[in-house]
Ligand binder design. Structure first.
Ligand code: AHG
Ligand code: MN
Ligand code: MN
Length: 334
């Protein structure tokens, strides 16, 4: 039984039985993510004090500027997961290729792979706005005892065994699901412990917030343009409120609590939108659906898409069920 103020450690132990093939490994895996998240949190909180904001001078695999904290967070998560010998492979938004982790005696016996966006919304760091971390966990499909393969990472979202995000906001929270609902834990920074603060999170079926980078309006498909106009019309509970932080984790976290829709559609300048299927859309979709919301590319359920490459992007429309369905209606007209 989830109890408010229960610590994350206690919660993981109590709920371990819920995992289909539980042998404690998934619990240990989530434990190591919680540790890495504390380290990143500590660093994020110091941003501005020491010389860690700004660009690291490199570009990541998608040609985007790497921020120093991107690099730091990437290193921390990879190191923590590698040291604990629990996963057989890691794919990160910041690395071109996946990493193979041979494990104890190089026996390749670990069964989980982790996909991670170590720092989401990193362009917001320098201006003291919330950022996040997103993670997605699968069981490998290639035989144990052999090195992990790319196909272990290219599984559809509906095969995720767990997914979660950390939001480094006014407080730091870890929100995750193992397919039995969504629970949110808030970090008490004095104790370094996460406590259950948001049990059984539910995405309101309806909402009055729409979140989209409207600066791209002229490039959007007609269906999206029409839906945005619909959001702005005066009728019933409309016009809706526009809220866009530019940190996916923060925008969705807010919408999940208050009710709303988030859109990163395709546009005439980027045919697949911007967000990455494996590191951003699938894990957020798993959480959103587990909370009763909906996530699609405008037509197809995100978690039913069959990934074809590690860094592929997809249009992403997610949030309150009724709002997403309304947007899909507009898209279907064209
Ligand atoms: P990341 O920092 O991991 O590259 O992700 C940034 C993403 C996402 O967090 C956010 O919703 C989106 O980029 C914002 O993009 P625009 O600035 O194009 O609106
Ligand atoms: Mn991101
Ligand atoms: Mn990122």
């Amino acid at each position: 039984m989830a109890r408010i103020n229960q610590s994350l450690g206690e919660f993981i132990i109590e709920n371990q039985k819920e995992f289909a093939y539980s042998s404690g490994e998934l619990s240990r895996l989530i434990n190591s993510i919680r540790l890495a998240a504390k380290m990143v949190n500590h660093e994020v909180n110091k941003a501005g004090l020491v010389d860690i904001t700004g660009s690291a001078g490199g570009v990541n695999t998608q040609g985007e500027d790497q921020q120093k904290l991107d690099v730091f967070a990437n290193d921390v998560f990879i190191r923590t997961l590698t040291n604990r010998e629990i996963v057989c492979g890691i794919a990160s938004e910041e690395n071109e290729d996946y990493i193979t982790i041979p494990g104890n005696n190089s026996d390749h016996k670990n069964k989980y792979v982790v996909l991670i966006d170590p720092l989401d919304g990193s362009s917001n760091i320098d201006v003291n706005v919330s950022v996040g971390t997103i993670f997605s966990i699968y069981r490998r499909i290639t035989p144990m005892g052999t090195p992990v393969q790319e196909e272990d990472f290219l599984q559809p979202g509906n095969l995720q065994v767990a997914a979660g995000y950390i939001i480094y906001g006014t407080s730091t929270m870890l929100v995750y699901t193992t397919g039995h609902g969504v629970n949110g834990f808030t970090l008490n920074p004095a104790l370094g412990t996460y406590y259950l603060s948001h049990p059984n999170m539910q995405f309101p079926e309806d909402g009055t917030i729409y979140s989209v980078n409207e600066g791209n309006y002229v490039h959007f498909p007609q269906g999206i343009k029409d839906y945005i106009k619909y959001c702005q019309q005066e009728e019933g509970n409309r016009p809706y409120t526009s809220r866009y932080i530019g940190s996916l984790v923060s925008d969705i976290h807010r919408n999940m609590i208050k009710g709303g829709i988030y859109m990163y559609p395709k546009s005439s300048t980027s045919q697949n939108g911007k967000l990455r299927l494996l590191y951003e859309c699938n894990p957020m979709a798993f959480i959103i659906e587990q909370a009763g919301g909906k996530a699609s590319d405008g037509v197809t359920r995100i978690m039913d898409l069959k990934p074809t490459s590690l860094h592929e992007r997809v249009p992403f429309i997610c949030g309150s069920k009724n709002m997403v369905e309304k947007a899909e209606e507009f898209i279907a007209k064209y």
